[in-house]
Design a protein around this ligand. Structure first.
Ligand SMILES: Nc1ncnc2c1ncn2[C@@H]1O[C@H](COP(=O)(O)OP(=O)(O)O)[C@@H](O)[C@H]1O
Ligand SMILES: [Mg+2]
Length: 233
């Protein structure tokens, strides 16, 4: 609507400009021209359509983010066991945490083809979010990389999040899944991410493993059964 109104205003403005030529009073013509220069009307004519286009693109992005937030949290649905497309879930999750990650690392996605996996999708999204945010936090001042891989092996789906960040010292590894264990300053870490993730993966009868080397990076690997034998389809 705004775009169409602006179009009408510009059309009118152009008509006035054309009419200036037949204005008998040279003082008025001079005054109009001076004002046009002072107000940068020619620039406005060029820039307003660009701004309009950027605003529309911004609105489309906001809509996409809101949709991804809804997918991520499954607010449209009750938290229920359902068959979910994990690759799609990871994509929504990445959009949600994009702000934490985009200044620190490039994300490299290497998704395999996955069947639908029976899970609590919003909880799996939470786990992936924790792993990706941890990966971003592990990256130092230089820009790093985070690989997200998925695949299928032995009737199970797997998801790996790998970073080329700090790595975890050997003596620390046994403690990282403990509730409230954190090496981060107050305000940045709660120490709950991995402990909650561990609980969620247990509830799914899956596994969460870590492989790490100080100075090289870390891989967290989730393994999830495709179906839950104790749950209805
Ligand atoms: N990708 C990683 N690289 C290095 N250290 C990690 C990584 N992921 C987790 N950690 C270590 O495990 C600790 C616990 O992680 P987490 O439970 O998510 O809590 P928080 O992130 O709030 O500290 C972190 O403080 C950090 O020391
Ligand atoms: Mg964390």
């Amino acid at each position: 609507m705004l775009e169409s109104y602006l179009g009408s205003l510009f059309e009118m403005l152009n008509a006035y400009e054309d009419a200036e030529k037949s204005c008998g009073d040279p003082n008025i013509v001079k005054e109009l021209q001076a004002r046009r220069v002072a107000l940068e009307v020619d620039f406005l004519k060029e820039d307003i359509p660009d701004l309009m286009k950027e605003s529309k693109e911004g609105i489309v992005r906001v809509r996409k983010i809101v949709q991804d937030l809804k997918d991520f949290s499954h607010v449209d649905a009750k938290p229920e066991w359902s068959f979910a497309n994990l690759n799609q879930g990871i994509d929504s999750t990445l959009n949600v945490v994009n702000n934490e990650v985009k200044y620190k690392a490039d994300i490299i996605k290497e998704y395999g083809e996955l069947p639908l996996v029976q899970c609590l999708p919003s909880e799996i999204n939470q786990v992936v979010m924790n792993l990706v945010v941890n990966a971003a936090h592990a990256i130092g001042p230089d820009r790093g990389k985070i690989w997200i891989r998925t695949g299928i092996e032995n009737e199970s789906a797997w998801i790996e999040v790998t970073d080329n960040g700090s790595g975890i010292p050997k003596e620390v590894v046994p403690r990282i899944f403990d509730p409230f264990y954190t090496t981060k300053p107050v305000g940045k870490g709660t120490g709950l991410g991995l402990s909650l993730s561990y609980g969620i993966i247990q509830k799914h009868h899956g596994q969460i493993d870590v492989q790490t080397a100080v100075g090289k990076g870390t891989t967290f690997r989730l393994v999830l059964p495709l179906k839950q034998t104790d749950k209805a389809e």
